[in-house]
Write a protein that binds this ligand. Structure first.
Ligand code: COA
Length: 157
């Protein structure tokens, strides 16, 4: 990463929605969230969507996003995390996760869960390195529908 780049993590705004839609489609090309779902998630949980802005004089381009739920009985879910393909491997995913986990912790969250495709080695490695523990029973078959198995991982804060 160039030392001149100014990368800033901030809460998302409604204006970010088209960019989050683009990032989500890049991160999950075969199964992106529909536009209307992302809009409703952003409207429902505006304080729980963070973006990373690649700062520039034109106001900056978004390079990634993370989306979680507010706590319910001290538990939250990470619903999505995506970094633009050209910006991967530079620590942004870790920074976004660290930021959202700190945000959740100070709001009383004690347990954070997420689901991940079992073969998504980079995401599983990231989550493990942050302290997430995989469900000992292994991936849940057909969790997101036929053939869409998912590994559930949980972090105790
Ligand atoms: C998974 C994803 C969010 C990681 O973001 P990133 O910015 O590339 O990750 P970082 O550079 O912050 O790396 C953090 C850790 O992830 C793991 N990781 C990242 N890229 C990796 C790779 N190519 N292979 C193995 N592990 C990798 C490592 O543990 C790394 O830690 P390290 O830097 O100490 O080695 C990104 O690859 C992405 O958007 N993928 C597509 C969408 C996706 O799969 N989202 C998660 C779904 S649950």
């Amino acid at each position: 990463m160039s030392g001149e780049r100014r990368l800033r993590i901030r809460a998302a705004t409604e204006e970010d929605l088209p960019h989050i839609v683009r990032l989500d489609a890049e991160a999950f090309p075969s199964d992106p969230y529909p536009y209307f779902v992302l809009r409703q998630l952003l409207a429902s949980f505006p304080d729980f969507v963070f973006v990373v802005e690649d700062g520039g004089e034109d106001g900056g381009k978004l390079g990634g996003y993370v989306l979680s739920t507010p706590p319910d009985a001290e538990r939250s879910w990470i619903l999505s995390l995506g970094i633009a393909p050209e910006l991967r491997g530079q620590g942004l995913g870790r920074r976004l996760m660290t930021q959202i986990l700190g945000h959740l912790r100070v709001r009383g969250v004690r347990s954070v869960s997420l689901s991940v495709e079992p073969g998504n080695d980079s995401a599983v490695a990231l989550y493990r390195s942050l302290g997430f523990v995989p469900d000992p029973d292994g991936p849940r078959k057909d969790y997101f529908g036929p053939g869409a198995h998912r590994l559930l991982m949980t972090l105790s804060l």
